[in-house]
Design a protein around this ligand. Structure first.
Ligand code: UDP
Length: 244
């Protein structure tokens, strides 16, 4: 078990960052936000919060807009990337609404200031929110084009001194081949950062992995589709892959 705890024990993590792709919020509809799906994931975050863990959240924007797609269709790359960053703010606001409906206190904190909508990113202020057990939803990525929200997640997790990044996906870890199309695919319990980079395993993009490696930040890849799965892992249960 990655954190040394036994099933049923209290979590040994004090502060973690959860990274969710934008696509995780779109449900079966293929685009945008599906409110029941957002509510379900908010419930998973609440379970984690209820364990007493301080929670940072980074949500992607791929369910609405990706810069690379825009530039492939002829848009200027930086403009398209800013649109992608704005998409993450929409997702962050949707998640904030769902969490507050569950009585979880939150703050949306944006790398691009937009005062009427959310807080600007100020590191010490964000740390204070976490200490007060508010879930901090970091929006607008790193605030820079040419990056992804995976890199933003690694950056914020490092700045907030998180003990690990939890990367929610549709499968319960990293496999040697796609488990959805290959019955004989094997799940790794643990892989090194260098293995992920060398074998080009699809976990996070290379800059995010390299930043995590340089800061000794473990990445735990787990399935968001397992009800209670996230809180279970924090208690040392369930299946997942640790990158470290
Ligand atoms: N983006 C960016 N800089 C960042 C983070 C994100 O330019 O620091 C843009 C980029 O265009 C990206 C989009 O925002 O495609 C949405 O983020 P991402 O693709 O990481 O979302 P996910 O795949 O996790 O849903």
């Amino acid at each position: 078990m990655s954190d040394g705890s036994q099933p049923g024990e209290k979590p040994t993590y004090k502060r973690v960052l959860l990274k969710i792709s934008g696509e995780a919020l779109m449900g079966d509809q293929g685009f945008g936000l599906n409110p029941p799906t957002v509510e379900r994931i908010a419930g998973e975050v609440k379970n984690l919060h209820d364990l007493g863990v301080e929670v940072c959240l980074v949500i992607g924007g791929g369910n609405i807009f990706r810069g690379l797609q825009g530039s492939a269709q002829g848009m200027e790359r930086t403009t398209a990337d800013y649109m992608g960053m704005l998409a993450t703010v929409m997702n962050a606001l949707a998640m904030q609404g769902a969490l507050e409906a569950l009585n979880v206190h939150t703050r949306v904190i944006s790398a691009i200031p937009m005062d009427q909508v959310c807080e600007p990113y100020i590191r010490r202020r964000a740390v204070r929110h976490l200490e007060k057990k508010r879930v901090c939803i970091f929006a607008a990525g790193t605030g820079n084009p040419y990056f992804t929200t995976d890199t933003a997640a690694t950056l914020r997790a490092s700045e907030m001194n998180c003990e690990a990044i939890f990367k929610g996906t549709q499968v319960d870890g990293i496999y040697n081949k796609d488990p959805k199309t290959n019955e004989d695919a094997v799940r790794y319990d643990a892989v090194s950062y260098d293995e992920v980079l060398q074998k080009n395993l699809k976990v996070m993009d290379a800059s995010a992995i390299a930043l995590a490696r340089d800061n000794n930040l473990p990445i735990i890849v787990f399935s968001l589709d397992t009800p209670g799965g996230l809180a279970g892992i924090l208690r040392g249960q369930g299946t997942y892959t640790t990158v470290g």
